[in-house]
Design a protein around this ligand. Structure first.
Ligand code: HEC
Length: 115
């Protein structure tokens, strides 16, 4: 069921992004070709981070309280934990075709959308 919801969300997001802004494309130039943080989040991270499964910090409006204590160690350290994994958080969040820069962009997307 979660997979179906995630797939539906990816379709909606893909559509929304097809309307997208060129400013965003320029900003994402150093990432993997065709990379889209929101799409990658939905594909790889959403399953755990939308529900808080296994104690994952939740992503979504009003969830900054989940992220503030983690960000006390600095964004770089948080990104590093996403790359290497931490406790039950799997390395690269199971996004094995993500570069380190891609993962940083996804983490920034997750934090931004939790404000
Ligand atoms: C299998 C479930 C699962 C998936 C998939 C997953 N995460 Fe996590 N994530 C967790 C859990 C659980 C934690 C909390 C780990 C802890 O602090 O004990 C976590 C923590 C984190 C943190 C906080 C690290 C810190 O320093 O506190 C970041 C950032 C993060 N995940 C990013 C991601 C990204 C990006 C993806 C997708 C590419 C992803 N996660 C996919 C379960 C998951």
């Amino acid at each position: 069921m979660w997979i179906q919801i995630a797939k539906a969300a990816v379709i909606i997001i893909t559509w929304a992004y097809s309307l997208g802004s060129s400013a965003e494309e320029i900003q994402l130039a150093q990432l993997s070709e065709g990379f889209n943080a929101q799409q990658k989040y939905m594909a790889s991270c959403f399953a755990c981070h939308s529900t808080g499964a296994a104690g994952a910090p939740k992503v979504g409006a009003g969830m900054s309280v989940e992220w503030e204590p983690r960000l006390e160690k600095g964004l770089d350290a948080v990104v590093q934990n996403a790359i290497n994994g931490i406790n039950t958080m799997p390395a690269k969040g199971l996004c094995f075709d993500c570069t380190d820069e891609d993962l940083r962009a996804i983490v920034e997307y997750m934090i931004d959308s939790s404000s």
